[in-house]
Design a protein around this ligand. Structure first.
Ligand code: ABN
Length: 173
């Protein structure tokens, strides 16, 4: 019985050895290793992944009622040759800014909004918008939106304000 098994095993081992080269076996092992290591790098969709920070948009960015402007105080760059997230030509975006949290009515989520001022030419004087959510009096300068953020830029001359989404806010429980 054992002899029969031995013979069968020897025969199949010889057959495998005849049909495969040492180089081929090493190549196969290498491919397995590289393939296995690259599997975690492939893009996968996970249900628990956070939503991207580019929210679905609805509404008129030239209107003060637009959802991103809930904590703004200034002239809307959308009315001044720029957009809600870009400065009009010839102006420069401030590097220091006022931050607010606004709820997007389209997806019901809250987003952190950065109200960067655009600086370098005289005030736009169109579409003044003052919604002030979360604003505190000027003597609490760290919590006031009534500040010229151009004071930290090359030119301190204020032109208009943008409303740039910088991320999703933590939801209140
Ligand atoms: N951040 C808007 C602004 C600019 C100048 C003065 C007050 C408020």
């Amino acid at each position: 019985m054992f002899k029969l098994f031995d013979r069968w095993f020897e025969k199949s081992a010889r057959s495998v050895a005849q049909q495969s080269s040492r180089r081929g076996v090493i190549k196969g092992l290498g491919a397995m290793l590289v393939g296995g290591a690259s599997i975690p790098l492939l893009p996968v969709a996970r249900a628990a992944d956070p939503a991207p920070a580019r929210p679905a948009e609805d509404g008129d960015p030239t209107s003060c009622d637009y959802w991103r402007y809930c904590a703004v105080d200034g002239f809307l760059c959308s009315c001044c040759g720029g957009s809600y997230n870009s400065c009009p030509p010839g102006t420069e975006m401030s590097t220091i800014t006022w931050i607010g949290t606004c709820r997007n009515p389209v997806d019901g989520r809250s987003y952190v909004i950065s109200y960067n001022d655009c600086c370098g030419t005289t005030q736009c004087a169109t579409c003044l918008c003052q919604r002030d959510e979360g604003d505190r009096p000027l003597y609490r300068s760290d919590k006031s939106n009534d500040v010229n953020w151009c004071l930290g830029s090359k030119s301190s001359v204020y032109h208009c304000s943008t409303a740039v989404v910088v991320g999703l806010a933590f939801e209140e429980q």
